[in-house]
Design a protein around this ligand. Structure first.
Ligand SMILES: C[S@@+](CC[C@H](N)C(=O)[O-])C[C@H]1O[C@@H](n2cnc3c(N)ncnc32)[C@H](O)[C@@H]1O
Length: 231
């Protein structure tokens, strides 16, 4: 991984913002990912994220913290927060912005336990593929203190396969429709392609059942997105 995401965050943090990240997927055209959005404060967060932050309790793990927006908000509210990300640049930025406990770490290497585990901005993306969901959920479950909770958001992206006359062009023999190949570029450089998973709520709930986690729909968002609480 070249960590172009981290490089972009560092540029923005250091006052060198000249262009946005460009993303695309195997089923969608190029789109800008504005860097200021990755530095949003509470008032600019979608309502699902605001809701998740309001539900936080006890010690918190912010998984895939990016520039540390959610960690910073909770830290200021007095929560003890640990922020982790596989991006070195993201962790550097989180520290520069004041996140006290930020570490470069893959979620699968985390061993501590928490009252709240946060995975926000399509939190299921980190699972990459449907076949890996049980592995990640089982691990996340092992990080929970008694009565702990996982707050995670995602979207049902079936709408992306809808054609003009309301039909769906999904290939019935292909993998799960939320499994995407994700491409990122920044300042003319291309990141190694990644897999990124969008999970509809029913599929997430089914996966939770199989690993012994409860799964409650907290809130529907404005565009096929939702926030779920697992425990
Ligand atoms: C869509 S960004 C979300 C950033 C941040 N949560 C936000 O809302 O602004 C996803 C983040 O997850 C990180 N990530 C991806 N896979 C990860 C893993 N296995 N463990 C920890 N972090 C991961 C990426 O580096 C990236 O910073």
């Amino acid at each position: 991984m070249k960590d172009l995401f981290g490089r972009a965050l560092l540029d923005y943090q250091n006052g060198h913002y000249t262009e946005d990240l460009i993303t695309s997927t195997n089923i969608s055209e190029e789109d800008d990912l504005p860097l200021p959005y990755l530095f949003r404060d509470f008032k600019d967060m979608p309502k699902l994220e605001k809701n998740a932050l309001q539900l936080a309790k006890g010690s918190v793990l912010d998984v895939g913290c990016g520039a540390g927006n959610h960690s910073l908000y909770l830290q200021k509210k007095g929560f003890t927060v640990k922020a982790i990300d596989i991006s070195k640049g993201a962790i550097e930025v989180s520290k520069l912005r004041g996140v006290t406990h930020a570490e470069v770490k893959n979620i699968l290497d985390e061993k501590d336990t928490f009252d709240t585990v946060l995975l926000l901005m399509n939190g299921t993306g980190i699972f990459q593929e449907l076949s890996q969901v049980s592995k990640y959920l089982t691990h996340l479950k092992s990080l929970l203190k008694p009565n702990g909770q996982i707050l995670i958001d995602s979207s049902d992206i079936k709408y992306m396969y809808e054609d003009d006359d309301g039909g769906f062009w999904m290939d019935a023999h292909a993998n799960y429709y939320g499994e995407l190949d994700y491409y990122l570029s920044y300042k003319g450089e291309e990141e190694t392609p990644m897999k990124w998973l969008y999970l509809d709520f029913d599929t997430l709930k089914l996966a939770c059942d199989t690993v012994g986690l409860t799964c409650e729909l907290v809130l529907d968002g404005s565009h096929f997105d939702y926030l779920a609480r697992l425990g």
